[in-house]
Design a protein around this ligand. Sequence first.
Ligand code: ASP
Length: 299
Amino acid sequence: MKHIVRIGDVSKGEIEQLFTSARNMRDLLAKNTLSRRLEGKILTALFYEPSSRTFGSFIAAMQRLGGGVIPIQGVAYSSVAKGETLEDTIATFSKLSDAIVLRHPQEGAAAIAAKASSVPVINAGDGVGEHPTQALLDLFTIRDHFEDLSNITVTLVGDLLYGRTVHSLLQLFGLFPPKKIILVSPDALRMPESLVAPTMHQTNQLDEALGETDVLYVTRVQKERFEDPASYDAVKDSFHITKETLEKVKPTAIIMHPFPRVNEIALEVDADSRAVYLREQIANGLYVRMAILDYIFTQ
Ligand code: ASP
């Protein structure tokens, strides 16, 4: 049984296989010739925290492949509100469905769920821990532009302390290493030391990185992880990407964001051909999640 709780749960070979499958899903969807290969399978989408893209794309992925879903977005109306434990909730949905996608506010929740489950568990974000399927769609997007990562510079900007997408993405770069990784954050929001290698460059000055960057990956300051509003306010507007910022970025670069954005990227940037967060990343999330579900159910 295949759980995807952390990036370490997928090998380089499996990722290449998933990407081939995701490209295939993209082609079949464009031609409207997808088969209903997951007919008869049911996925539980169990989300204890807000979500738009991850929740929506897992459900769309399942339905595009002919499968069914139990959508639980917010647990206010489930037995969780009566005090049910995560383990009991997972044990229940293991009996009602063939796989569970879980988003939960606590780091480590997906690992606990995998232990309690008799069906595969996919981590759709566990607190400040990981978000492996987001990192896979991010790498898929990068590979569409740069087949060979070994001569590109990737710059991760923003809340690197609490941002789970960058925690997973950085680990994924361990398998597919770029030439250079630059980590740009306010000092209070630096990437956890355990994930930083000595070859990575850390700074709080975005301008230092812009000229050599091929992939500019911008993140939101994770307001919901701060204990007091004053410390959030002190860092919330640390970086703001505008048209002027882009003048310093290579014409061949791409600008990414896992979304939602708050104030990190000005709306005027959306029309720039380098901005791929709306144009590519969201649809790639669908193709990659279709490939993941297909793999989980049919391996
Ligand atoms: N949607 C992403 C996540 O759930 C990024 C974010 O919320 O900032 O981690």
